[in-house]
Ligand binder design. Structure first.
Ligand code: MRU
Length: 984
């Protein structure tokens, strides 16, 4: 509706911003309005304030009249779709206690006259959003809708189905409201007009909402999300749309949410709200249209209710957190600094950061709030200041560039701000200027918090630099309230937000409590959300039993579109039509899609875990919690070792989905490359580094005892997958089990031998106990040559679904076992294919040794870099090994040697167990299994089984990688045997 043309006054006058808005090309000249009754009335109704036509530029009612007239509305019938016109037909309200209350309000006076002959009496104004807003905009003379209601006038509920925003949460709504909603009517306060005018905008469609959000008439992360959702509720409520089925409703809703999501990109609340609506629409796909509409509309209405409650809880948690951080005892009051507007106007009521300030005030603990004006749109001076004055909260306005000076004078105790998106590591985007505040706060030693509902937390975005920062038009900087304030011709950079690194803040205040840094200095946002949302999902499932749905090649594209950062990787939402998806999962459990975006190099992987085993179906349920374990382990491993772990873009607990980086060709699964006879010269260096870094950084050596305990508890046990490991590695191969199979009859004798070897079984049992009880570090849990993707120069670990806190040697052993299994398979391939694999054999043995050597070196390096540490949880405490302790340095070195020796022995034991199970147990390796000649294969497997047994039993005597290699080389030379065989 707002196509820009220049009107006469706009070209040179200061009102060019609004004139662009209210002079669309549909209205080429004032003459075109001649037939419009509303325009005619607007002329008269603005008379005291608008002595000449030029003065209408600032008149909101005139502006709206321009929009809803034009040659395209030549007769009264053509106004049928115009919400403002419709409301103008009935234009005042019983909520107005008496006409005298408005005596001093020019807009009200004009509203009385602009109700037109079609508004026969004042009672007929009940439904008019413009009138309702005029009631509040006339303050202080007009006591406000609340005051009117208190005086016992009729409640603002129209009709049996009406849900007024106040009625939804009567005790928790504050009197300032950015959004007024009742079924069929949505009105927002124009936040660009505040505080000079309290002008309402009726939202009759998603397009109206889109425009309001884009133009920042509605702003603030939660308010944007709710306006968008409620605008869809309004459209769906319009019974004229003729939906026949739930599927029609879903299709329509999806189109609208896709559009709404494009209005503003940074605040994740919008995408989150739209995803929530889409979820409900999907669930209701098979119901009738009326039920689907009812479900979606109710979901949107619920968001308002939830937001007010969330803000109240944020206020309570935040007030406590700030007082504690300032050590404000004995009722001492504190002074708090904030920026932008995070109050009633940015939410459904009460506010987030401003909610914390309100809560301090309510508790009598607020000395002063310093609000920054917040250029360029002055949300601080216009909106926050307005809220503070309105609620008589002690407030002082400062310009943005005064913050540091005020801190230096000791006037500020703490800082609290809002957030538009909080990434997995606690970095957060908020109004531009927040980052400077954080840097200044750090310098002055002041605690700074961000306050946001859980809907603002986005664990799928790993870190701050992945957040899409909206850039806005230059005019917002060059002009202030319509006046040019910058020299013509100057270039402008106008980012709407900046990113504050997590390291600079003390906590993230949410309605479920405050997220604080763990011992390693990281905010566990992902874990927090998974916990909180986990319980939400359970609650939602109760009312929507069919809540989860499996993606397919079509819906996976919409899903990608709904995730801003994924859409960006694919080339941007606007390229959606070019995207394609293919299911490429070849496992038994999960679905894996590859989405190709705007060009072949723009791809992502989407992995979805069903609540049951894929190849069996619902009759074999499987917990989807495994996807959370996989996502969290991947995210943490990527954080520790980004060179060897792909990035996760999204983890969606509700749908058990992980969206992650596509490892582009020529990456292939390492096992496949080895079978083909390839060598990977940097494999050992990379895997050694991956193991050293992920194991060291997640261990007590790095995070201390308390940190490890907290991390283990937060991560959980991955019970199902651990139980599976205990079964298939440490139990079944050593007895009778249906799952066992081997190359029979060739290996029957050696399998019998193994299964009756009491010493071996005791050793396996000791390894099992270690696996069950030693939570040293966060492991991959299944690190084999099938879970590594490589090129000659790169290596990435994937598939962390078995991740758990276990003994370090389990991961190292798993990899070493696979290298040895590959080694033993070489002679088989050589024999069957007739090629010479001696080069590859040497490379594999060399990799066995180098993997351990790199691991040991890098692990020690990290330990030494950290040095001795003086805290009780430390494993290298100053008291034992510090500089002043006699022989301390030597003792530390001896301690480190013992530690690593134990890891080496564990690794060999686990490697042996893994080798045995891959030949006798349920799951074999293709390296051996695919050797086409059974006799050849059996001989390779026999040699590998012997090696495995020797590793388990001899782990503590095989002191170095060289001693293992020597043992391997000295086993009966099967390579020689096979080379000779054809001649025999
Ligand atoms: O551009 P805006 O005004 O929408 O920016 C708003 C902010 O940055 C707020 O701090 C944030 O959205 C939180 S509002 C509760």
């Amino acid at each position: 509706m707002a196509r820009a043309i220049e009107c006469g006054r706009a070209r040179d006058g200061p009102c060019s911003v609004s004139s662009v808005i209210h002079n669309p090309p549909m209205c080429p000249s004032i003459d075109d309005f001649a037939d419009c009754p509303i325009f005619r009335s607007s002329v008269s109704r603005n008379s005291p304030m608008c002595p000449s036509i030029d003065d209408f530029a600032d008149c909101p009612i005139f502006r709206s009249s321009v929009i809803h007239t034009s040659p395209m509305c030549p007769s009264i019938d053509d106004f049928a779709d115009c919400p403002i016109f419709r409301s103008s037909v009935s234009h005042t309200s019983p909520m107005c206690p008496s006409i005298d209350d408005f005596a001093d309000c020019p807009i009200f006076r004009s509203s009385v006259s602009h109700t037109s002959p079609m508004c026969p009496s004042i009672d007929d104004l009940a439904d008019c959003p413009i009138f309702r807003s005029s009631v509040s905009r006339t303050s202080p003379m007009c006591p406000s809708i609340d005051a009117a209601t208190r005086r016992g006038r009729r409640a603002p509920v129209v009709g049996a189905r009406a849900i007024d925003a106040r009625a939804m949460a009567p005790s928790t709504r504050s009197s300032l409201e950015a959004i007024a909603y009742s079924r069929g009517s949505l009105v927002v306060i124009d936040q660009l007009a505040l505080p000079n005018e309290t002008k309402a905008i009726a939202i009759a469609s998603c397009d109206d909402a889109w425009t309001c959000i884009k133009e920042m008439r509605v702003r603030g992360a939660p308010a944007i999300a709710m306006t968008a959702a409620l605008s869809l509720a309004i459209e769906l409520n319009d019974s004229g749309r003729g939906f026949k089925t739930g599927a029609d409703v879903e299709e329509y809703a999806k189109k609208r949410t896709a559009r709404l999501k494009t209005s503003r990109p940074t605040a994740v609340n919008l995408a989150e709200a739209m995803a929530r609506v889409e979820d409900v629409a999907r669930r209701m796909r098979t119901s009738d249209a009326a039920s689907a509409i009812e479900a979606i509309v109710s979901e949107c209405e619920k968001m308002m209710e939830e937001d007010v409650k969330a803000c109240r809880a944020i206020g309570a948690h935040g007030a406590e957190a700030l007082l504690a951080a300032c050590d404000a005892k004995d009722g001492r009051k504190i002074s708090v600094m904030t920026c932008c507007n995070t109050g009633s106007l940015a939410t459904a009521g009460y506010g987030t950061a401003l909610g914390v300030i309100r809560a301090l005030h309510e508790r009598g603990r607020l000395e002063m709030v310093y609000c920054l004006e917040t250029r360029p749109y002055n949300q601080g001076s216009r909106l926050t200041a307005y809220e503070l004055v309105y609620e008589k909260i002690p407030g002082t306005l400062i310009c943005d560039n005064m913050a540091a000076a005020l801190m230096a004078r000791g006037k500020v105790d703490a800082i609290v701000v809002g957030a538009d998106r909080v990434a997995a590591n606690g970095d957060f985007a908020n109004k531009i200027g927040t980052y400077s505040l954080a840097v200044n706060a750090k310098y002055h030693g002041l605690p700074m918090f961000t306050a946001a509902p859980v809907t603002t937390l986005d664990p799928a975005t790993a870190k701050g630099e992945d957040i899409h920062i909206e850039e806005r038009p230059a005019i917002e900087v060059t002009h202030s309230l319509g006046q040019r304030v910058a020299a013509e011709g100057i270039d402008v950079w106008n980012p709407s937000f900046d990113v504050t690194p997590a390291a600079l803040i003390a906590g993230v205040i949410t309605e479920h409590g405050v997220i604080e840094k763990d011992a390693s200095g990281v905010f566990p946002v992902g874990e927090f959300v998974a916990k909180v949302k986990g319980s939400d999902i359970i609650a939602r499932k109760a009312s929507f039993p069919s809540g989860f749905f499996a993606l397919n090649c079509e819906t996976v594209l919409d899903y990608a579109l709904s995730r801003g950062n994924v859409a960006a990787v694919l080339g941007g939402a606007e390229t959606r039509n070019a995207w394609t998806a293919k299911e490429i999962g070849d496992g038994n459990i999960n679905f894996v899609y590859i989405i190709t975006g705007a060009s072949p190099d723009k791809c992502v992987i989407v992995k979805q875990g069903l609540p049951y085993v894929r190849c069996v179906g619902e009759s074999w349920p499987l917990t989807q919690e495994r996807v959370r374990y996989e996502a969290e382990a991947l995210i943490q491993a990527h954080m520790f070792c980004s060179a060897h772990v792909p990035e996760v873009y999204v983890y969606d607990a509700a749908l058990a989905v992980i969206v992650m980086r596509y490892l582009e060709p020529p990456h292939i699964i390492l096992r496949g490359g080895i079978i083909e006879g390839k060598v990977y010269p940097r494999l050992a260096e990379h895997v050694g580094e991956y193991l050293a870094t992920t194991l060291y950084k997640s261990s007590a050596l790095a995070v201390g005892g308390a940190g490890l305990r907290r991390a283990r508890q937060a991560f959980g046990q991955n019970e199902d997958m651990c139980e599976l490991t205990e079964q298939v590695i440490f139990t079944e191969p050593y007895g009778k089990a249906d799952n066992n199979h081997w190359t029979t009859p060739q290996l029957d004798d050696i399998v019998r031998e193994i299964q009756s070897d009491a010493e071996l079984k005791r050793a396996i049992n000791a390894l099992k106990e270690k696996f069950m009880t030693e939570g040293q570090a966060l492991l991959h849990g299944d690190l084999h040559t099938g879970s590594l993707m490589c090129t000659e120069s790169t290596t990435y670990a994937i598939d962390h679904e078995f991740a758990f806190y276990g003994p370090m040697g389990f991961d190292i052993g798993a990899f070493l076992a696979n290298i040895l299994l590959a080694y033993y398979s070489q002679s088989g391939w050589e024999s069957c294919n007739g090629d010479d694999r001696s080069n590859q054999r040497e490379w594999l043995l060399g990799s066995f040794k180098s993997t351990w050597d790199v691991f040991e070196t890098r692990f020690m390096q990290q330990w030494n870099e950290q040095g001795v540490r003086d805290d009780h949880g430390s494993l290298s405490p100053v008291a034992h090994y510090g500089a002043g302790v006699q022989g301390g340095a030597d003792a530390l070195e001896a301690h480190q040697r013992t530690f690593l020796r134990k890891v080496w022995v564990d690794s060999l034991g686990f490697a042996g167990a893994k080798m045995i199970r891959r030949i006798i147990g349920i799951a074999h390796v293709a390296d051996l299994e695919k050797i086409p000649e059974v006799e050849v294969r059996a001989r390779c497997e026999r040699a590998a089984l012997r090696c495995g047994r020797a590793l388990v039993l001899g782990a503590s005597t095989l002191a170095t990688p060289d001693s293992v290699i020597e043992m391997v080389r000295s086993t009966p030379s099967i390579c020689e045997y096979f080379r000779r065989k054809p001649e025999q």
